[in-house]
Design a binder for this molecule. Sequence first.
Ligand SMILES: [Zn+2]
Length: 311
Amino acid sequence: MKTLYYSHPDFLFHDTGAGHPECADRLRSITTALAAPEFSSLIRVLPPLGTKQQIRLIHPQFHLEAIRAAIPKHGEHYLDQDTVVSPGSELAAFRAVGAVCDAVDKIMTVQADNAFCAIRPPGHHAEPDLAMGFCLFNNVAIAAEYAHRHYHLQRIAIVDFDVHHGNGTQAAFYKQANVLYASSHEMPNFPGTGYPTETGVGNIINVPLAAGDTGIEFRQKYSAIILPALRHFKPDLLLISAGFDAHKDDPLASIRLVEDDFRWLTQELMDIADHYCAGRIISALEGGYNLKALASSVAVHVKTLMGVFTA
Ligand SMILES: [Zn+2]
């Protein structure tokens, strides 16, 4: 299996300030974990900067300009109580968009089988016209629309296993039947959306989890609801909003997954992608705030993408 791994020093310069959970150390811990010899066959890619045109696929011009105008010359500027920008945020945010779009290009032109993008800021809370929840631009939503426009894909699936609901991704595609958005998330928790009754045009699937749920409930709900829906949809491309904050050690939520649950879901998604779309998967980092659990969970997710457990 040829797996692309996107990372870039620019992601470290999005500085959210002391004590913020969405910090550069998250990526440092992932970088350290993926420096192990077992990851030597990863194809490591330094992503290009994304373009305004790519961002405009999801976000109106005024949103793009508002983010750029909010970037301070020094220190930090709070867009809301959670969402911070610093002098390095613009490059990081553009680079994150560049990573997912470059991954779409490379996967669609069969230069690799799948990709993991270790990017920040994350994206799934960013609505078309609103930055929130640590997110400025919705990386995965942009990747989906980019794949639709440039490669004319008609059935793009997004699976979001971050412990929080991806309100931004849902908002972007709420009336767009060519994109299936399926999310599992703890309720009640931030951002408060993600009820099963929010179904879009039949293309939105919300699967709430309750505080204290473990891999047992997680696997049951995926097996009963999300995986069958994906098989029914028959995706041309599978995108993953890969947040690892449903881990039992995560400080921002109360779901109790372990690394093997991320391995299980990744493998199930790969089996579906193998069946319907030649294995095409692009996974992009969202949350995950316990540095140790994040590193070990990403390691298992990426190893699975590399085919290590099925070889
Ligand atoms: Zn999250």
